[in-house]
Design a protein around this ligand. Structure first.
Ligand code: ATP
Length: 250
């Protein structure tokens, strides 16, 4: 039995001028899944993530959340929806350099205005501690390593306890050790029930998925469910996922 659908995408198309990037995509994103989007360069992975996550608007089609079509939301309603329900993580971190670690993490919490400042700061400290950043709380962002920056970005993305976490190549700018730390943090959050949708080229990152969508030429070419990530089964998993990706032409 699959989990409940949290996002339903219906007949989604995205065109730039006459260039059709995505064409009539239908998918559900299921609650508590760790869904990974893979596919060749230029296939439309980031475009799909941006259109599902409301960062961009499709040319045609619907993106339903709780029966409401997000593509019809006004900018104001969409902005409130994003702050409350969605966390984003990007390859380039997108942190604010002139704010401290704690201030970066608190900012979306302050902007949502649903909790007191003290509650937001308390949660930010808890998140940073769980991400092993308690020694860096008052540090300037510019003093952190790439891996530490990405873990700050994860804490920031989780401050408002969003239903959905979207990540676009979160390990793309990191070395192998830092990338593994970031993936471990994402896996732990997913094991605690967080729904995650992540675009990646990286097989190590894809191994964390319990579902992989393979995009080719702007269409869903493959959609495969895997068992949840289990460190003790990593070799079996690597073989299973690699052979499926090879079938997809990866
Ligand atoms: N703002 C834009 N204007 C015009 N074309 C765009 C825009 N954004 C993306 N594209 C085009 O859409 C296509 C898909 O881009 P997208 O970034 O979604 O691919 P991708 O699968 O994520 O690729 P990669 O793995 O290389 O990051 C590409 O041909 C790209 O040039």
């Amino acid at each position: 039995m699959p989990n409940n659908s949290i996002i339903t995408v219906q007949q989604l198309s995205k065109h730039y001028d006459n260039h059709k990037i995505l064409e009539n995509v239908d998918i559900d994103i299921f609650e508590s899944d760790f869904t990974v989007i893979m596919g060749p360069s230029g296939a439309g992975k980031s475009t799909l993530l941006q259109n599902i996550s409301t960062m961009d608007k499709p040319t045609n089609g619907k993106v339903l959340f709780n029966q409401q079509d997000l593509t019809q939301f006004t900018d104001k309603k969409l902005s409130q929806f994003r702050k409350k329900e969605i966390g984003f993580i990007f390859q380039s971190f997108n942190l604010i350099d002139h704010l401290s670690v704690l201030e970066n993490v608190c900012l979306p919490g302050f902007l949502l205005h649903s909790k007191s400042k003290q509650q937001v700061v308390k949660r930010a400290r808890q998140l940073l501690t769980s991400l092993r950043l308690s020694d860096q709380i008052d540090q300037a962002i510019t003093h952190l390593s790439g891996g530490q920056k990405q873990r700050v970005a994860i804490a920031r993305s989780l401050i408002n306890q969003p239903k959905l976490l979207f990540a676009d190549e979160p390990t793309g700018a990191l070395d192998s050790t830092a990338g593994t730390e970031v993936l471990d943090s994402l896996t732990l959050n997913n094991q605690n029930g967080q729904t995650i949708v992540m675009v990646t080229h990286d097989l190590k990152a894809a191994l964390r998925a319990d579902r992989i969508l393979f995009i080719k030429d702007g269409k869903i070419f493959g959609d495969r469910k895997f068992s949840p990530y289990d460190f003790d089964q990593i070799e079996t998993r690597r073989i299973e996922i690699t052979s499926w990706l090879e079938e997809m032409g990866w």
